[in-house]
Each structure stands twice: as C-alpha cells, then as structure tokens.
Design a protein around this ligand. Sequence first.
Ligand code: SF4
Length: 404
Amino acid sequence: MNGFFHASELTTVRAQPTLIPHCGACKLYRTCKSPKMKPNGKGKLGILIVGEAPGSDEDIQNKQFVGTSGQMLQLSLSKIGIDMWRDCIVTNAAVCRPPNNKLPARAVEYCRPNLRKAIEQYKPKSIILLGAKPVQSLIGWLWKEDPGPIGRWAGWCIPSQRLNCWISPTWHPAYLKRQEKIKGYAVLERMFTKHLKVACRKTERPWKEVPDYKSQVTRIYEVNEAAKHIRQFIKNNKPIAWDLETLTLKPDGPLAEIYSCAVSDGTATIAYPWHGEAIKATKELLVSDVPKIGYNMKFEHRWILKTLGCRVRNWIWDGMLAAHVIDNRPGICGLKFQAFALLGADSYNDVVAPYLTSENGNTRNRIKELNLDKVLTYNGMDALLEYKVAQIQSKKLGMSICTQ
Ligand code: SF4
C-alpha cells in the first residue's frame, strides 16, 4: 500500500491528454513558408489521408500532396475511382515543412494533437496512413508502444475500437517513387493500389456498437463457483481458448507457480485464481476431449505437464503458429499485435505489462503486487482475444474452427 491507494491503482492515474501541439518545443513553424498547414479536401467519402510532412512544393502552395509524390498518389487513387480532393481530407503527421525535408526525431510526437484534432473534427470512417511517420503518430498513440517499421504495418486494415473507424497503413508514395527502378516495382505498385482500394471501400464504420471485451470477462474469486463454470465448459464440449498467468516465465525453477487461469468459448469468459477445486476442474477440462485453442501452446502445455503431471488433450489451434502461416513478416505474431490488427483491441495490457517482466525465465515477475481484479481481467482478455483471433485466422485459412 502507498497512502490511500494500492500501488497498482496508482499506475492507472494518468495526466489527461491534451490536444494542443507542442510548437514551442518543435519550432518547425518558424522555418517554413506555410506554418501549421490546415487539412484540405471535401472528404465526401469520409476518408482521411495522412502523409508525413509538407515538402517544398506543398510549403510554397500551402496545400498537401501537390508535389511529385502527391501527383503519384492522386493518380493511384483515380485508378480506383477516387478523387482525392473531393472524396478525402488530407493532412500530415507534422503539419509544417521541416528544413531539408528531414523531420526532427520528436516532431511527430509534438504535432500528434493536430492529427487527433483532425480525427475529432472530421470523424473519418477510414484513415490511410502513408509511411512510417503517420504510423508512429496514430498507432503509436493508440497502441502505446513504438510501432516499429512500416513494413510491419503495410497492408493491414485495422478496425480501431477506440475510433470506430478503419486504419490502413501503407507505404508513402515517395518511397514507391524511389523504388521505380527496382526489379519488383510492379508488384510493389500493385500492392500499394490494393491497399488504397481496400481502405477506400470502407465506407461503413466497423461497428454499430463498439464491443466492450473487458465487460465480457467474469472474474470468479470463489474456487467452487469457478469449478462449476469450468465443468460446464466440459458439458458444452465446444472449442475453448484458455490461458495461464504464471509467476515465472518457465515452469522448471523452484519459484515457478501458476497464479490464475482463464477460459473462453467466445460467449462466456471466466478468469479465476489458481486454487483448490478450480485446479481439479481445470485438469478435468484440459484432459477432456473439449477442443482447445492456445497462443504459443507449448508454453501452457509445458506448465500443465510440470504442475499437474498430465498432457493437454485435443489442441486444435495455436494462434501464434497460424499468424506465421498467414503472414510471415517479423514482429506481427504476438497476441497483442494480432488482437490490435484484427480486432482493434489496443493497449489492454497497459496496467499489467510492467509487472510481467522479470530478470530471467526463472525469477519472479511482480504480478502479485497487482490488484487481483486487474490480473483476472487481463487474463480473461487474453483468453477471449485468443478465441476471437482464432476465429478470424481460421476463416482466413478457410477452416472455421469456431462457429459463433
Ligand atoms: S509541426 Fe506541428 S508541432 Fe511542430 S511547429 Fe508545426 S504545428 Fe507545431
């Protein structure tokens, strides 16, 4: 305890985000001809296009995408029946031209409030992010992590729960122009047009009502009550996703211990502490014929073998392996990435993540310091998202393993 608050509760108290750009720190407005360029376009189809920053032509004309790469973008859009100035609103991740077209390291962060204001004002149904800087601005804000290279994001069409709109990152047309002489350019150009086409066809929002996954997780503290629910999953005999929270990464050391478990059949999701009758019922479930979905299933498998001395029966899906099979780019196979890219579930592990780290696989993390309610919610979210991700992945592979 720390004063009136539990330490874990203090981590959720954050300064309110502000929508005022940090121009004083950024200073780019001082060196360009058209400072603080406003968004342009009529936006009739509700599409917002976000570039990196104005170039020299744009700065002179006080208008985005009027230079060579802008013309290339307009041509690509016109091929798919889109008139950029009529159908879209256009802006940039940094709205002042940087000297020598080189954006200072923190300019995007300083200018992010302008992009957020544009989203609030125009309420787009579809947002196209052209290049790494817009990805850093918008996805960096939604996802709360460094989004990394554009190659990881190009081509996804993300249904953002927070904004209830589609987010489609792709390459910046200037990058494409630089590739014109390479061998695979025609393929790259086709992919770019395809990304634009998918994004421009999103004329409806992802949801009429945005799902609230956290509210779908039932936390059960009483072990007999948990056991009753677990045995109901056995009776139902429908595919379930399940997930463990453990105090160490590996199950072999003297400090290894399972802390909680969560099970989801896509409709009901329960999370409970690993204790007494709940452990017994979980073992019955895991050795039963109930089809099992996991994420990196060898992790859970090893833990159960070590702790309960039995093997998990009837695995039908591993979300991590499926992610690899569908798209083998690096850095996209973790549950957090897949849950964001496929379901728009952003930063659900914010509170818990700092408590999950440990020095090595056999030393303890700090998850016990957290409020149990938060751990169970996180554990339940993992199981539910594993299920939902498996649903989408299996459809993509034409295998539909989960019917609801
Ligand atoms: S780029 Fe954005 S944050 Fe930087 S000076 Fe211009 S308006 Fe301000």
